[in-house]
Design a binder for this molecule. Sequence first.
Ligand SMILES: NC(=O)c1ccc[n+]([C@@H]2O[C@H](COP(=O)([O-])OP(=O)(O)OC[C@H]3O[C@@H](n4cnc5c(N)ncnc54)[C@H](O)[C@@H]3O)[C@@H](O)[C@H]2O)c1
Length: 246
Amino acid sequence: MTETLQNRTVLVTGAARGIGAACAHAFADAGARVACADLTDPAETVAMIRAAGGQASAFQCDVSDEASILTLFATIDDQLPPLDVLVHCAGIIHEAPLLETSAEEFDSVVAVNLRGSFLVGREAIRALQDRPGRIILTASDLSYYGRETFSPYVASKHGVLGLVRSWAREFAPSILVNALCPGPIDTDMLAAENMTPEWRQKELAIPLARFGQPQEIAQMALFLAGPNAAYITGQGIGVNGGSVMP
Ligand SMILES: NC(=O)c1ccc[n+]([C@@H]2O[C@H](COP(=O)([O-])OP(=O)(O)OC[C@H]3O[C@@H](n4cnc5c(N)ncnc54)[C@H](O)[C@@H]3O)[C@@H](O)[C@H]2O)c1
């Protein structure tokens, strides 16, 4: 049990599945009160947490939509004690050669991954006011290098690190701002409908030669939210099987 997270209010986006769901479970196991938010209803995550004796509630939102995010934070403010930690995991991926990528496809990836990080992060920092807190966004190992046929996604994840590095300076020392930088993780994002089989195979050409598990990212989120990460801000933290060594 991470004592310092006991009864802390933690917002986890993307909590319906994958890395976000794993983070919601990990924080609930550590005693936090977890607000689970997602575009699709995160009711299953919430039900599992409650069945295990944890504290969680479900919220639906679209992270790319400002009105939806303002409503989300107003609702959380009404229903829960003040926010302590944000773990922002919601995101989408899109694979296509550049010359077959429309401006609308570029806009939709950037809207969810970068504008969504801006909107959710800004409102979380507003909710913290002058209290100490932790902001954890989700970037990627692709925040550090390029990848053919994924340029809107890669650009959006480079942008997330820009937010982290700027906010870490703007809100020091009370709010620590960092990004998770996962390598290939075994979630629906890497499922066949999102990635060609060739790319799934290429993802395994890393030193540890396996996909990571969502729980392995959640453990890093827990660490970044806890007392032992008090001297860490403005960083992208790789949990990536050695896929990138910046
Ligand atoms: N899986 C990987 O290999 C990997 C690697 C690096 C980074 N990441 C990042 O980790 C994060 C989580 O990815 P995942 O693998 O769990 O993916 P996932 O597809 O399994 O889950 C993403 C979640 O985000 C939600 N979501 C999507 N659009 C949304 C929106 N507009 N508003 C609110 N919620 C929305 C989805 O409903 C889903 O529950 C993403 O930011 C992703 O870019 C994943």
